[in-house]
Each structure stands twice: as C-alpha cells, then as structure tokens.
Design a protein around this ligand. Sequence first.
Ligand code: AMP
Ligand code: GLY
Length: 429
Amino acid sequence: MKLLVIGSGGREHALAWRLAQSNRVQTVYVAPGNGGTANAERVQNLDITDIPALVEFATREKIGFTVVGPEAPLAAGVVDAFRLAGLKIFGPTQAAAQLESSKDYAKAFMVRHNIPTAAYQTFTDAQAAKDYIRQQGAPIVVKADGLAAGKGVIVATTLEEALQAIDDILDDGMFGQAGARVVVEECLVGEEASFIVMCDGKNVLPMATSQDHKRLKDHDLGPNTGGMGAYSPAPIVSPTLHNRIMREVIQPTMNGMAKEGLPYSGFLYAGVMIGDGPDATRPIKVLEYNCRMGDPETQPIMMRVKSDLVDVFEAALAGRLDQATIEWDRRTAIGVVLAAHGYPENPRTGDTITQLAQDTTECITFHAGTNILDGNLQTTGGRVLCVTAMSDSIRRAQEAAYRAIAQTHFDGKQFRTDIGWRAIPNAES
Ligand code: AMP
Ligand code: GLY
C-alpha cells in the first residue's frame, strides 16, 4: 500500500523511515519532505503543501492512510478535509486541535475537567495583564495564545522581562493574531517529560516515554528552542508515574473531549512538569498539550519501535487501539540535534552539508532543515539534522551519537554536548 506523511522535519523523516520498513508498504510519500526523505528507501517526496492538492493526490493515488506530523496543517483543518473526502487520516480535527492551537482553550479545558495545570489568567488588555503580573511577581510565564512556531512562550525570571513580553505580544503584535490574547501563568519547577499517546476517539495506546532538552545550550542554559535533543525511555517516568499520568491527565483529557463532543483521535502529547517528592504523591502538572508527536522526541521513539507500525495505525483508524500493542526495543535511543548558525533567533540557511556519518542499524541521521539543491545537500532551516543512536545504556547511546556527530559537518553547526544528562544518574542508580 501507499502512505502519505505530511510535514518536512526530523519527526516526519523518522515516521516515514519506520513506516517504510513494513513489508506491506510500497511507497511512503512525504509532503513536502526534506533532503533525507528524498534519499530514503521506499520514500518519495511530494512537492505539495496545500490541503486541497493533498486531498486530490491521496484520492488519485489511493493512499492507504495519511499521518500528519506538524500542528499547522491540523490547525488548518487537514483532518476534516480528508475525512470529508472519505480518506483515512490519523490526527485530530481542527476543533479538537485547539488543545494545541489555543493555549487559552487548553487551560480552560483543563480547569473544566480538573486536569492539574499551572494557575493562570488570560488577557487581551495589556494594562490588565501587567497589573496581574505585578501582583503575582516573578518568575512568571507569558504565553501567546495561538501557534507561534515554538517561540510564543516567555519564561520570565524578572518582572521587567514579563512586562516587556506583554508589550511585545499585545501592543506590538510580535506574533500577529496568535498573540491577540496572552495567557499569564504560574512558573512551575521540576523536571519535564514528554508523554505521548495514540488515541482513536475512545482508546489510548501510550508510546514509549521520552524527554526533550528545550534550551539551546549545555546545562539547560540559553533560549528556549523547539528541542535540541531527546531520548527514550525517560527514567523519571516510573511505572507509578506512568499510571498516574494516564489516570490524572490522559484519561480525563479523552473523557473531557468526548463529553464536549470532540472525541480526540491522533497523537496527543502532554508536556508535564514533575515536581519533587515520592512518585505516589509528587505533583504532576500539564505545561502544554500538543496534538502531534514531538520533534525531536519522535526520532528516538521511532528507533525503538519493533512492531509493524502500519498495523498500529490501522487499528487506530478502525477504533481498535484497545487491541493494539507496540513492542519496544528495550535499549535506550538518543537523538542529538544539529542546528544552523544563528538558531533559534535567526537561523542561517544555504550552508552545504559536506560530511554525513554512515547510517547503521543502530545510528541514523534523520534530516530536518535540509534540501538537495543542484545535487548538493544544503541547510534550509533552524534544526538541520538529528543524529539518533541506540544502545544498551544511555551512556553508550550518547557515545555512539557523538561519534557520528564528529563525522558530520556543515558550517556553523551548533549542538549540545550533554544530551541525556538527566537520565544518566537515574538510569545508573
Ligand atoms: P509550551 O509551548 O507551553 O510547552 O512551553 C514551552 C516550554 O516553556 C516548556 O517546555 C517549558 O520548558 C516552558 N514552560 C511552559 N510553561 C511553563 C510554566 N508554567 N512554568 C515553567 N516553565 C514553563
Ligand atoms: N520537542 C517539543 C515539541 O515537539 O513540541
């Protein structure tokens, strides 16, 4: 059968790569894909991004099913359009995708359904927002309501920073319509984990656990990014915490969406902040929902999938996720992002990738911001590559990833040298 993956990042490369390994698959089309998917076996790029053209392509080519990678097409209603045309697609409807596309919607939803999250208020008026910030004090978090390509969250350590964020977003329109409203919320402390599940409207199948590194620099310093590296499993998510996140976050989210007439299907990603204490009682609070898999979390997660993913997606599309399982490789996978010069503020494009490590079964370079131009592999975006390695310990996986990175080159490459650090004391204790 033929499949379609929508998107162009490392997440989509990893999904397409894993799907293409199913012996039931003839071709995985990636729209629009990148320089890595252009060269992958049984994977083909498709130069379209507009929804009507994708519907037309999927109909004409009798695509078995479509998987949506990023949030923008979900928020634009790609799932609604495919379903209307009688096509199978895995993802939430536009209305259900508001869990990600509007932070105010997500916060109000969590309050309605008693899902633990940071205390907050939403504002359209800058003066009212500033009064609230002064009253609460710093640190405090300011978030643009809408989608802002991962840049809409300001974790302000000082009052001035928070007030400046209000000026930028509400008065100066830094994020346009996405910043017409802002959510101001309590700053949470603890350790973050990415809890990603597949949903079919009723049933939930958890993916392997993972953790991302949001800050640009080693030791979690520097600006927030889309994610500089990730690993799976996340040792912090013990079986007790896993059960609690399912019970306290995922199930109430599914039930709440169904009750409100928006049964949720697709990937659901709860970013959770885990506070201190014994696992049975330590606080778990939702930082955000994403209506998709994480990038770069997907890369190590896909590396660990041992089952035929096509069967799993088919079960999801048939509402039979309760009967599906995914077998995970017990080893640890780690993905290290190589970003372009100037990322995240002002990434430079057009650098030639002069050297890539040889892919093996245990180490693969997934591409994100790359393209082939006149036969040359070039950088086209902020996060360029994600070198992903798997081994029997986090340390060995880390060593393998960094060995491959030493064989990878483009001008201006930036990467963290400490991906996985949080997992090391935990995994070895
Ligand atoms: P979001 O897009 O809402 O996940 O925010 C991006 C990142 O900002 C998160 O992954 C956290 O690292 C940080 N963040 C968001 N909300 C909070 C909060 N209430 N307290 C502390 N950090 C936060
Ligand atoms: N890596 C975080 C995200 O995909 O939102």
